[in-house]
Design a protein. Sequence first.
Length: 220
Amino acid sequence: MSRTKDKGDAHGIFPAGSLAGVPDTPNGRLASTSVPIHPDLAARWSPRAFDPAAVITADQLTAVLEAARWAPSWGHRQPVRFIVGVRGDETFTTLAGLLKRGNSYAHAASALILVCADEGDDERTALYSAVDAGAAIAQMTIEAVSRGLIAHPMAGFDVDGARSAFKIPDGVRPLAVIAVGTLGNYAEVDDAIAERDGRPRERLPLEQIAFRQRWGIPLG
């Protein structure tokens, strides 16, 4: 089967340092869909250029966390927990220091949020705690978009360091760090970030991921 991807933008890949492919606003790279979807879903992507001077308000940060709190939860277990740092405070500094070098762009974010999941006492609850965490992250990112913010989830961080730094209990798994902030100026970021964020948005076509009757028969 072909692995051709669905390209979410009409522009091509631009050379390092080119600003032609990156947006001026957070919703400047809308997803290409076969039918219209909610505008905030279409506008959601994961920029790496954060404005290092932008400040997230208490209401904005609370709204992002409330969106995560009200995500679906298997069996109403509500296993997801958050460690929240705002630029300038000790928690943010610790979280930033735990990021892998490839995620150092997130040091310019307005807030860093460590998402953890209480895995419970058996394999099934552990599995669905991760599902719950994914749902919470999704709702966080959409709420951020709805408020003119950007959000970038990251798996590249020192998990053991996070456990130690924040005294995370056994049985609770640190899963991701979410950088939240305001879109920055691509003229002021590293060429590699501008080039990467200027690439076309791509997803596999729907007929390659949605089936009917049996595996591999496209829905459409």
